[in-house]
Write a new protein. Structure first.
Length: 241
């Protein structure tokens, strides 16, 4: 039974593994052009395993940001994992905490989507391990392959690939902005705050990104909370009238 559940998990996670192919490959390639060694790039995928954060880390490394700020920015970007893990815990079968701690490392936006939308009332631990193992293996292996490809590129192409890092950020951001005004506001406000702090020299690159991320999140959330309260107040007045 457990073996069949694990196999089902591997099958369900195949789509994630395929989707990771171009993104992990590009990360490995860009890691090489940024100056990371094969071991460093692969180790980042092994121990960090967070696509957007890894790309952000490359940008910060290229800018010479201190390690503390890179770790702090990564933490802020990945705060959503607390909510995803808490939500997924309700869906999972009962298991020892140490076992949950192991497969919790494999929770990404994609694996969360597969597990959370499972038709089963409760998701078994072997199934979760199957989904996360194939996704994780794909990300790590394609990172290494991407780095090897980057190592064989001519030097002028390696230098030109630094531009691709910014193109990748745009590629990650634009799809989530379509039809989502909140994301558009977050991205626009964060970009404006970061630009002001960077141009004026008020903060270094790392601190500027961190401050822009936190401030934009707080301002936009307060704006939406105020909007909801205003709408509720108007609705109550209409009912009373």
């Amino acid at each position: 039974m457990e073996k069949s559940q694990f196999s089902a998990g591997l099958k369900a996670g195949t789509s994630i593994a395929i989707g990771y192919f171009p993104v992990a490959l590009a990360f490995g390639l860009l890691a090489k052009t940024t100056g990371l060694t094969m071991i460093e790039a692969t180790a980042m995928s092994i121990f960090v395993y967070a696509g957007a954060s890894q790309y952000m880390a490359l940008s910060l490394i290229a800018s010479g940001v201190v390690p503390f700020l890179i770790v702090t920015n990564t933490f802020v970007v990945n705060i959503r994992h607390f909510l995803m893990s808490a939500s997924l815990n309700v869906k999972m079968d009962r298991a020892p905490k140490w076992l949950k701690a192991i497969y919790a490392f494999g929770v990404t936006d994609e694996s969360f989507s597969v597990l959370a939308t499972s038709k089963e009332e409760k998701v078994s631990t072997p199934f979760a391990f199957g989904v996360m193992l194939i996704a994780y293996g794909s990300w790590v292996s394609f990172t290494a392959i991407g780095h090897m490809i980057g190592a064989n590129l001519p030097l002028f192409l390696q230098a030109a690939m630094s531009i691709a890092l910014y193109a990748m950020f745009i590629g990650l951001l634009v799809p989530s902005m379509k039809g989502n005004r909140k994301v558009v506001m977050l991205a626009g406000l964060a970009a404006a705050i970061h630009s002001i702090l960077h141009v004026t020299g008020a903060l270094s690159t790392g601190w500027s990104i961190l401050a822009a991320t936190l401030l934009s999140s707080i301002v936009v959330e307060l704006f939406y909370v105020h909007g909801r309260k205003t709408a509720e107040t108007m609705y109550k007045r209409e009912e009373e009238a």
